[in-house]
Design a protein around this ligand. Structure first.
Ligand code: 4NP
Length: 161
């Protein structure tokens, strides 16, 4: 079966989208779906290209023993819109930025579209607020919902809760 490609996008690709990449890859591995779902992340801006995730993101991931050692910041590229089946961003500002670059008709998502149980629709930017633990909880809820959604849409077996 063809791999399903998921790209997480935020502004700088050092706080939120690398966190989502790490958490989602971890959930996918736990579910035994690593050979069916590929995960990456990118930023709308290229200011942090080549950098490891922000220390606040590293800290929340390390605490939960979620690996992030392969993650390096990069800017989104034109080809990404064709290569990735699901482009999932963090807030409405990201969505507007993506819409300006995406080919017409390309479906774009916000992570919290997959966590309708939460009051938030945007994953706030901890680069400015410092609230990495709060952001982690939003990211985890969104990633769990996204995995359920992908499993339902592609007929994959989702492990029992
Ligand atoms: P992120 O946070 O979009 O969650 O990675 C940011 C990181 C860096 C900047 C902005 C947001 N920056 O302007 O450098």
């Amino acid at each position: 079966m063809r791999l399903i490609h998921v790209l997480f996008v935020c502004l700088g690709n050092i706080c939120r989208s690398p966190m989502a990449e790490a958490v989602f890859r971890h959930l996918v591995a736990e579910a035994g779906l690593s050979d069916q779902i590929a995960v990456d992340s990118a930023g709308l801006g290229g200011w942090h290209e080549g950098e490891a995730p922000h220390h606040g993101t590293q800290e929340v991931l390390r605490k939960r023993q979620i690996a992030y050692d392969t993650i390096v910041a990069r800017q989104i590229r034109k080809e990404d819109f064709a290569s990735f089946d699901y482009i999932v961003c963090m807030d409405e500002e990201n969505l507007a930025g993506l819409r300006g670059r995406a080919p017409a008709g390309k479906k774009l998502y916000r992570l919290l579209d997959f966590a309708p149980e939460l009051p938030e629709r945007n994953v706030e930017d901890p680069y400015y607020t410092g609230r990495f633990e709060h952001v982690y909880r939003l990211v985890e809820a969104g990633c769990r919902g996204l995995l359920k959604h992908l499993c339902a849409e592609h007929g994959l077996i989702y492990p029992a809760d």
